[in-house]
Design a protein around this ligand. Structure first.
Ligand code: MN
Length: 409
């Protein structure tokens, strides 16, 4: 049987919004995140009404946990919809709602909108929910990658929410949970600012659930904090399970000082993680070997001494590698402003060149919400000229453009 070992929750206004329209619910073993939208304070009302439906805990009933959570989400939708219809000031309000419940040995999620539930297990981060958003549909159709979707200018348009309609379609699903799992519920204010691999890195490096949660909110703010940020994290442990082997319990001064997801590892998990790690290393080694010269003929002497011309070639290759690597590092300290494929003003890191074979010397750093067509024609060319700039200059320029401070000369 499983239970919640530790949890952390925080909501933050971010750096650009005046108010926080996110809300969360955290009462073990039931957790939720809601991201409200609507004029004035309507978004706050909607997200607050969503989480309030959980005040009594998991709704009673004879149905499955999935059914009972879906009923609760449906109930919240009905309340929000009726109130938005009855009160002019709240007309059009809506909210996302992602609810997670840890049962005896499984996790059940009910979900509407583009807030997310992730599972962190054995060093890997997995998205459990599907975004009900325009770009989410494109990801499912294979037209965009998740990483592209997370940076897309239209990423905040959602296709399903609580509030707009009298009925809402609720996604539910159940997964087997395991001791050591960590679950992350979050609003898009985290995932639109912080790439998934960075979220995974933070979870892997943090020494406690609370430290991880704080680091995630800080990372979203450091990246600009353009939206409200809500993070709910909880870890799972076995109740009355076999104690961890004594060899695993090195004395630690700080009780928090275990790496996330490694608390009380089960022998089986450790074996699996080690095997997985070995497999990845072997694959990586195979990839590194692949592009070299063909394998020597079977009759070639096996333990030949390395001839001196080969030594010279190796030294040359190492030097060339150092020069290329230096060039790469130098190219990463410059930025330029251009447009992306959709014509949005975009901040790029690197230099605006492509090597033969399609190797790009730049990467997209930030896509603004401003289309190049919106810039005054007389200044457009000079603004997005792909001239190399310092990071501060380039960011400042994109900010000026976003704030509409660029006017015709
Ligand atoms: Mn949001």
């Amino acid at each position: 049987m499983l239970r919640v070992a530790d949890h952390f929750e925080r909501t933050d206004t971010g750096r650009q919004r005046r108010a926080n329209e996110d809300a969360y619910f955290a009462r073990s073993p039931l957790f939720a995140v809601a991201d409200g939208m609507g004029g004035a304070q309507a978004g706050e009302v909607a997200s607050g009404m969503a989480v309030a439906v959980l005040d009594g805990g998991l709704p009673a009933g004879s149905g499955s946990v999935e059914q009972r959570l879906a009923d609760a989400v449906q109930e919240a939708n009905g309340r929000i919809h009726r109130r938005s219809r009855d009160e002019d000031a709240l007309s059009g309000m809506g909210t996302t709602f992602t609810v997670a419940y840890l049962g005896e040995d499984e996790l059940t999620v009910a979900h509407v909108g583009d807030s997310r539930t992730y599972r962190w297990r054995a060093g890997g981060l997995e998205l459990l929910t599907q975004d009900h958003s325009l770009v989410g549909e494109f990801v499912r159709q294979g037209k965009l990658t998740q990483a592209e979707a997370d940076e897309h200018p239209q990423r905040s348009i959602i296709t399903r929410a609580l509030g707009p309609e009298p009925q809402v379609r609720v996604d539910t699903a159940t997964w087997k949970a395991e001791p050591g799992d960590v679950y992350l519920l979050c609003s898009d204010g985290l995932t639109s600012m912080v790439a998934e691999r960075e979220v995974a890195r933070v979870l892997g490096a943090s020494t406690s659930i609370a430290a991880a949660g704080r680091a995630l909110v800080d990372a979203a703010n450091a990246a600009g904090g353009r939206d409200n940020i809500t993070v709910v994290l909880f870890s799972v442990e076995e109740v009355g399970g076999p104690a961890a082997p004594p060899t695993e319990q090195a004395p630690v001064a700080d009780p928090d000082a275990t790496v996330l997801g490694q608390a009380a590892p089960r022998a089986e998990d450790v074996r699996r993680a080690v095997a997985e790690d070995e497999r990845r290393r072997a694959e990586a080694a195979a990839r590194r070997r692949a592009p070299r010269t063909p394998a020597p003929a079977a009759d070639a002497p096996r333990r030949r001494r390395v001839p001196s011309w080969a030594k010279v070639a190796i030294v040359f290759a190492v030097l060339a590698g150092i020069v290329l690597f230096g060039g790469y590092i130098a190219s990463q300290s410059v930025y330029f402003v251009g447009t992306d494929q959709q014509g949005f003003v975009t901040l790029y890191r690197g230099v605006p060149y492509e090597l033969p074979g399609g190797i790009r010397l730049y990467s997209e750093n930030f896509v603004s919400g401003v289309s190049a067509a919106q810039l005054p024609a007389a200044r457009r060319g000079a603004l997005i000229d792909q001239r190399l700039r310092s990071r501060g200059d380039a960011i400042d320029l994109v900010k000026q453009i976003e704030q509409g401070n660029i006017t015709a000369p």
